[in-house]
Design a protein around this ligand. Structure first.
Ligand SMILES: O=C(CO)[C@@H](O)[C@@H](O)COP(=O)(O)O
Length: 142
């Protein structure tokens, strides 16, 4: 039993919503969920198929970027998630998607604001402006 089990469970459940709502393909995209009081966030492991992922695979890091729990490599986007937690105190989650709309905007070279501020946290839009749909529920707003 770890003090981070519920954080990892919430991070795991949030990550599974990305393929469910077709916000990513393959192993792309990632969600991290933070516990600002403990000064840590959980993030999906890098390169792991969403269908094979387990809650225990989530990697927990502190706000200095040091892994405090987890054996797998954290997402390759961890430095971006970390920078957002450092810059925006108290945000509860960061969602990075590769949705078709955002990718189309990006490919068309039609950018948009990168961030989408939402009461439940700060969301990285997709490549160029497709906000992660807010469907209520957990800290990631999915
Ligand atoms: O944006 C990208 C790559 O362009 C990442 O979301 C994607 O490769 C996922 O990487 P991880 O499996 O989270 O390390």
């Amino acid at each position: 039993m770890s003090q981070y089990d519920s954080l990892k469970e919430e991070c795991f459940e949030s990550n599974l919503l990305l393929p469910e709502f077709k916000l990513i393909d393959l192993t792309f995209g990632n969600v991290s969920v933070a516990d600002p009081a403990k000064g840590v966030f959980a993030i999906k492991p890098s390169g792991v198929d969403y269908r094979q992922m387990m809650p225990g695979d989530m990697v927990v890091l502190d706000y200095e970027g040091k892994t405090v729990e987890g054996n797998l490599r954290p997402s390759s986007d961890t430095p971006t998630h970390l920078r957002l937690y450092q810059a925006f105190k108290g945000i509860g989650a960061v969602v990075h998607t590769h949705s078709r709309n955002a990718t189309s905007f990006a490919q068309a070279g039609r950018g948009n604001s990168l961030f989408w501020h939402h009461p439940r946290g700060l969301f990285l839009r997709g490549c160029a402006g497709d906000p992660c749909a807010h469907r209520g529920g957990n800290r990631a707003g999915l």
